[in-house]
Design a protein around this ligand. Structure first.
Ligand code: HEC
Length: 164
């Protein structure tokens, strides 16, 4: 028969393990729950959007244009075989991609997202150069500039992408 003290020890150890398991579970839940949704663009958040405009003008406008207009003939590859920067307004195809893909393109680059390691692109990789929050802010500002119906279509696209 274990002594009363021994029983208390067992109970104490068991509850510590229980707490650890619960903590781990909560951590896992938060990590997975915030995974895809942490990249949700917030075009209606005025603080986020004004920060995003600054990030955009300092880092993206030199290629994508201060009015999101992109570079001329952006559909045609140049002599080096690379595409010019596309517009980020409604005439481009930025809004054809869900939030997390836009985030991934900006952070990790086209080659990684397209799983084409040898793909040569003039689009920089911002991992280590911009924080995740700044990337989300810049993309939120871009989205805030789209006409209402394009934003609505992009919201639907996001919903479909999150369900699949
Ligand atoms: C040095 C020029 C340059 C800068 C600076 C630049 N980009 Fe790009 N970006 C490009 C080019 C070129 C492409 C098209 C690349 C390709 O398809 O090969 C592109 C493509 C993209 C795409 C994909 C668009 C689509 O329709 O598929 C996104 C999103 C993007 N850029 C976001 C950004 C953001 C956000 C910034 C600033 C943080 C930025 N870019 C800065 C050149 C640039």
């Amino acid at each position: 028969m274990p002594s009363l003290k021994r029983k208390q020890q067992i109970v104490a150890v068991a509850s510590v393990i229980g707490l650890l398991a619960a903590g781990l579970g909560a951590y896992w839940y938060t990590a997975t729950a915030t995974g895809p949704t942490s990249f949700t663009l917030r075009p209606d958040d005025s603080a986020m959007v004004s920060r995003g405009q600054q990030v955009y003008l300092a880092n993206c406008a030199s290629c994508h244009g201060s009015k999101l207009e992109g570079q001329p003939n952006w559909r045609e590859r140049n002599i080096q075989g690379m595409l010019p920067a596309p517009p980020h307004n409604e005439t481009g195809h930025t809004w054809h991609h869900p939030d997390d893909m836009l985030f991934a393109i900006t952070k990790y680059g086209i080659a990684k997202v397209a799983k084409m390691p040898d793909y040569q692109s003039a689009m920089p990789v911002y991992e280590g150069k911009l924080s995740d929050a700044d990337i989300v802010a810049a993309l939120s500002w871009i989205k805030s500039q789209w006409p209402a119906e394009v934003r609505a279509q992009h919201d639907e696209l996001n919903q479909r992408a999150r369900k699949s």
